[in-house]
Design a protein around this ligand. Structure first.
Ligand code: NDP
Length: 333
């Protein structure tokens, strides 16, 4: 069925509110889900709604959490998410870390005791729109084997980057450290599709193209062989190590009945290019102009911007079964 982005947004917001979220949490989660959905990052869109709701109904995550912002140093902000969702903790610390980045040239925000880091795109975009550059690092529960091993140890640890542009939307990319994001594997399993070779291992450590083999006790492989593993290791240390969130190996949520979201960590490093000299942003445009002459290449983020424009103009296609599942998330009566 076809729905306008606004109708779907209202339904998502209603589901969060009617399942015990405060207005602040419902707004933050709706923003994340809808930004992913309209941009075509479907592994973090409405597909995740049953997981959010189940975590709320089980009392595993506090939908009314009030994060505690800690001003640690001239360039450091930490936030205790108070067992709420990470998006609310980020919002709580965002203005302070932006002020610090403008003052010092660079500042960092780290979050702990918060759940369900999703796509990093919605998290980074506000910094780029405010004229700041940023790097975001998130670890997750153990889902990925280090290169050479076959047992899950590291998270699928995504990182993202935003760069402000003169008169244009910011350049933005975000990506998993694994060959494939775990959500994609779950969607393949849901749709009965097999995976391409090289995505991961089953619980016995054998390479598999069966998504259920990876989902049920197996492990994903890192992208680029050992190179992705090194990046995932760095992400684990910056995300959980700096901020005090759980390392993937410490998080036991995978052993609990699903969907128990993990309580990992996140660090965002924010940079004010204006503090590094005059004309930094303008000069970068020369590089983008050169990039555009390279036939066949495109900038990361262009697909998502295209999807976003299309969704706004034409609405969103939501499968009937998906829509029914969403309606079932509204408490009866
Ligand atoms: P993708 O592989 O789909 O995309 C990664 C990045 O590469 C995007 O910025 C994408 O831009 C860009 N890109 C893709 N193709 C090209 C191309 N041909 N030329 C230039 N750029 C390109 O992402 P992943 O599957 O790795 O991750 C999906 C989402 O899942 C991400 O949002 C990630 O943050 C999230 N994630 C979250 C985790 C968590 O624990 N919270 C764990 C792992 C992933 P474009 O979109 O424009 O194609």
């Amino acid at each position: 069925m076809k729905l306008s982005a606004e109708d779907l947004r209202q339904l998502v917001m209603r589901i969060f509110l009617e399942n015990g979220c405060s207005e602040t949490t419902a707004r933050a989660l709706t923003h994340t889900v809808m930004t992913a959905e309209v941009a075509g990052t479907l592994s973090h869109g409405v597909f995740r709604m049953p997981g959010y709701v189940s975590s709320l109904r089980a009392g595993w995550v506090d939908g009314k959490a009030e994060p505690i912002v800690e001003d640690r140093a001239p360039g450091v902000v930490t936030v205790d998410g108070a067992n709420g969702f990470s998006q609310v903790a980020q919002e709580a610390g965002r203005d302070l870390v932006m002020d610090k980045a403008r003052h010092c040239g660079i500042a960092a925000l780290s979050i702990r005791n918060a759940h369900h880091y999703a796509a990093l795109w919605p998290d980074l975009e506000p910094f780029g729109e405010a004229g700041l550059a940023g790097l975001a690092f998130v670890n997750s529960l153990s889902l990925m084997a280090p290169w050479g091993g076959t047992r899950a140890l590291l998270g699928t640890n995504p990182m993202g980057f935003v760069w402000p542009r003169a008169g244009k939307p910011p350049l933005l990319w975000d990506q998993a450290s694994s060959v494939m994001a775990h959500g994609e594997v779950l969607m393949h399993a849901r749709d009965g599709k097999s995976l391409p070779p090289g995505v991961g291992y089953d619980a016995e450590g054998r390479e598999t193209t069966d998504p259920a083999g990876i989902r049920d006790g197996g492990a994903l492989a890192s992208f680029g062989k050992h190179k992705g593993t090194s990046i995932a290791l760095m992400v684990e240390l910056l995300a959980a190590g700096l901020g005090g969130g759980l390392f993937g190996f410490e998080d036991q949520s995978r052993k609990l009945p699903p969907p128990k979201t993990c309580s990992a960590g996140m660090t965002i490093i924010v940079i004010d290019p204006a503090r590094f000299g005059d004309g930094v942003i303008e000069r970068a445009e020369d590089m983008f102009a050169e990039y555009a002459t390279n036939e066949g290449a495109r900038l990361p983020g262009e697909r998502r911007h295209g999807n976003r424009d299309r969704s706004a103009a034409q609405g969103l296609e939501v499968a009937d079964a998906q829509y029914e599942k969403l309606m079932e998330l509204l408490p009866a009566g």
